[in-house]
Design a protein around this ligand. Sequence first.
Ligand code: NAP
Length: 247
Amino acid sequence: MNIDLRDKVVVVTGSSKGIGKELIKAFAKEGSQIVINYFQSEEAANQLYNQIIKHNKKCIRIKADVTNQADVDHLCSETISTFGRIDVLVNNAGICDDNLIQLMPEEQWRRVIDVNLTGTFLCCRAFSKIMIRQGFGSIINISSLKGQGGCEGQTNYSASKAGLIGFTKSLAKELGMYNISVNALCPGFIVTDLNRHNDEKRKIAMEKSLMSIDNSLHDLLNFILFLSSDRLLGVSGQVFNIDSRCK
Ligand code: NAP
């Protein structure tokens, strides 16, 4: 089965590194028109941009802090002025900043909620305005298994990711009438800068896996490509776990 993503206009927030970067490369291979978004990692975003543009892909890179309304408006208006529309928005930008609750300053709580949850809200609000006018679009929110199962030391992160699940289901109900789908994906453990330092968590994740192979990044990328294609038009308001663990 062929999935045709040629010329689809795709915005991936937080795509200077990690999962977002791999997603940009995957959409580029499919011939999509791509918006790289970064905040702090300008050098990494430039490298990715140069790599993509070599193969004549239509690609732009935009610095925007997803927690900042003006930045998000800029991300949205630059996308539309360059490509004329938005087909797929992947809300991938995210951080974690772990601490036990007794040791967690309010700022540490707020920052994680702000980037992971409020950032997604701001991007969805801006881009869905365009999608409503178009009468089509697909929004994919990257949540986490931690949003369902929780994790000690990650009350802020788990709460933000659980919040994304309720947010996704509610937004899907608001936007369905405009042919806009909204889904959430919950990856398990994928080694990136977000968790590279945490060998113990990686070990535990692998021990809980039912599968002997770790294909989680590729599975996530392929799942997102499939969800972004016209092969799936009527799937919305769903939460997909991209993992092999049983609860
Ligand atoms: P990562 O390697 O640390 O990358 C995070 C990305 O988010 C970076 O490109 C970063 O851009 C961007 N970002 C952070 N704050 C931002 C802001 N305020 N505005 C715009 N961009 C911002 O993390 P990752 O592992 O790829 O995670 C990507 C997403 O998957 C996150 O939402 C994470 O919660 C989720 N997830 C990851 C795993 C995992 O095991 N890795 C599991 C489940 C869910 P700059 O560096 O340019 O600021």
